[in-house]
Design a protein around this ligand. Structure first.
Ligand code: ZN
Length: 93
């Protein structure tokens, strides 16, 4: 099994065979080159999965914060619009 030497992914495809030699391109990290790791071991492709998972939960937390902030802004805007409307009706009357 061929592996990308950069990220360890097995998602490689062959490009530009022929006189220049066989080259491979990694779908995962974009690595291109004739040097690939040949391995039959079932190694997980580095520890990027864990990092992605942590980032995912982190982004969920970030979204909660963003939504909370937006809600606050929305409430504040509603409040301001309410004051403005009252002011306008007072001026109009
Ligand atoms: Zn790669």
């Amino acid at each position: 099994m061929l592996r990308c030497p950069k990220c360890g992914s097995t998602d490689l495809y062959q490009v530009l065979g022929g006189y220049a030699g066989t080259r491979y391109r990694c779908k995962r990290c974009g690595y291109t080159g004739s040097f690939v790791v040949e391995s039959d071991e079932e190694l997980p492709p580095l520890s990027e999965e864990d990092g992605a998972g942590a980032e995912k939960s982190g982004s969920v937390y970030r979204w909660i914060k963003i939504i909370g902030f937006l809600l606050l802004v929305f409430i504040a805007l509603n409040y301001l619009v309410g004051i403005l409307r009252r002011m306008l009706t007072v001026m109009g009357a």
